[in-house]
Design a protein around this ligand. Structure first.
Ligand SMILES: [Zn+2]
Length: 482
């Protein structure tokens, strides 16, 4: 509340007088009044008043509560704030897009960082939403090989086989990041194709020893063997079985493409055998990555018909052999139109997948999943297609990601739920209108329909508009050991 001066006008519009019935009750900092509270853990789905005090949910009541501030939630869904396990964009431009899409916690877990302390220090006091990072195998490898890449390797970090001594150096860095509270381990095998199966096992052994989930972008995608999705899923599920590491396979949709039915079956079977394997998906048929990265090696020398599936993010143009070579030297973001709406829908509606955006824009350019993932699930998949229930969509966006992290980082037991004692990270939206507006051409368009988004008790979206000049986001971090 203390930080709300910048958004006072918007905020004042939402005020209304407390009802007489609440006169004798304690006064909460903030009350969400009369919304349809939906909590995927308890199954609560009923009209309730939610009282917030000290950044926590302090009361959930069937009768009115008294608050210094009341936000009218009548006719709106009151859900836990969305927890995004896969958010590369970690600056104010991206945080604003996330908040307007209902996200209250944005985590960079796939790539992670090689300097966990430095990463958290760099974001402290500057974040609209909660933020967190994993300890990075990818970037530890880049450091050991002095790779010049921006986010991902573009040189030896991806393409050089490590000696056992170099693997030990990488392991020391990965362990150090976990010591410092990194949220698991980030691994991107398609970006480090020179990492041997043995190196993979060595890193999985650290994940097992620390009981830290390892977030993996697999080695391959597609149906062509060898080097297809099924083989790639076998590699990491096999490594989890051998070592005991908790495994989270990132963006199953783009890791699977036409093999989505097979890979979903493989994850189901692995779980049936007692393996701790989880996964996630984003609701778009195209992917995005750095054109100079090893993932694009498979497009070198490809025919124009294949290269036409690639779109240069900066200009929106489709690529051919000449432009592909030119931009690969230049470096930058490329959008890959490789999947189908049918496979996307299968991945999104599977009970196995959490929703995770794989987000990131820079100066308004990038992939629409950054701004629109969660609204697209609620608007397109729930309301229009009726392919998911509202509660299931909320569960995939809140409880499932929180549960993936809570064994390593117990603070996540207070996220992804609407219950007394939970963090007051809350998304309040209109299920009849919530919609995404970001497109491949205009990726930085805000979603609409989120009336209030609250981070640690502080409204960052009020009456559908972003508050300004406030940074209530806190570090989401595992315990620091040494
Ligand atoms: Zn990825």
């Amino acid at each position: 509340m203390r930080h709300l001066a910048g958004s006072f006008l918007l905020f004042a519009l939402a005020l209304r007088a407390p009802s007489p019935a609440a006169a004798q009750q304690p006064t909460y900092d903030l009350v969400l009044a009369g919304g349809r509270v939906m909590d995927p853990e308890s199954g609560l789905d009923a009209v309730r008043y939610v009282g917030i005090r000290g950044g926590k949910i302090a009361a959930i009541s069937a009768t009115p509560l008294k608050g210094k501030t009341l936000l009218d939630a009548k006719g709106l869904v009151v859900a836990p704030g969305f927890v995004d396990l896969h958010a590369h964009g970690q600056d104010d431009e991206n945080y604003r897009l996330y908040a307007m899409d209902g996200v209250t916690t944005a985590l960079e877990l796939e790539v992670g960082n090689e300097d966990v302390d430095g990463w958290y220090a760099a974001h402290a006091g500057k974040a609209l939403v909660n933020y967190g990072v994993s300890s990075s195998h990818v970037r530890a490898r880049m450091k050991v090989f002095n790779d010049p890449g921006a986010l991902l390797p573009s040189g030896d970090g991806g393409h050089m086989v490590a000696t056992q001594a170099q693997i030990e150096e990488i392991k020391t860095l990965v362990r150090r990041g976990l010591d410092r509270g990194g949220l698991g381990i980030g691994m991107g095998l398609q970006y480090t194709p020179a990492a041997t199966r043995w190196e993979v096992l060595e890193i999985f052994r650290i994940a097992a020893e620390r009981k830290a989930p390892i977030f993996v972008h697999n080695r391959f995608f597609g149906t062509k063997e060898p080097g297809g999705s099924v083989e790639a899923f076998e590699e990491v599920i096999g490594a989890a079985a051998i070592t005991g590491a908790p495994l989270h396979i990132v963006h199953l949709n783009s890791m699977s493409l036409a093999a989505t039915p097979q890979t979903l079956q493989m994850v189901t079977e692995a779980r049936k055998r007692g393996l701790d394997v989880t996964t996630e998906a984003y609701p778009y048929s195209a992917g995005q990555t750095e054109i100079e990265s090893a993932l694009l090696d498979q497009f070198v020398g490809a025919p124009d018909s294949m290269l036409h599936k690639l779109q240069w993010a900066k200009t929106g143009e489709r690529l051919n052999r000449d432009s592909f070579e030119k931009y690969r030297k230049e470096g930058g973001m490329v959008i890959l139109h490789l999947n189908t709406p049918e496979m996307e829908a299968m991945a999104i509606t599977s009970p196995l997948t959490a929703i995770a955006s794989d987000a990131g824009v820079h100066l308004g350019k990038g992939h629409p999943r950054t701004a629109g993932s969660y609204a697209r699930v609620l608007g397109y998949y729930v309301r229009e297609q009726k392919a998911l229930s509202l509660m299931d969509a909320i569960r995939k966006s809140t409880l499932m990601p929180a549960q993936r992290l809570e064994k390593l980082a117990p603070m996540f037991k207070a996220k992804g739920r609407i219950k007394v004692g939970a963090d007051a990270d809350i998304s309040v939206f209109d299920p009849a209108t919530v919609a995404d507006h970001a497109t491949y051409e205009k990726p930085a368009e805000y979603s609409s329909g989120f009336r209030y988004v609250i981070v640690n008790g502080v409204p960052v979206v009020v009456n559908g508009a972003l508050a300004t000049g406030i940074f209530p986001g806190r570090p989401a971090r595992a315990p620091i050991h040494r």
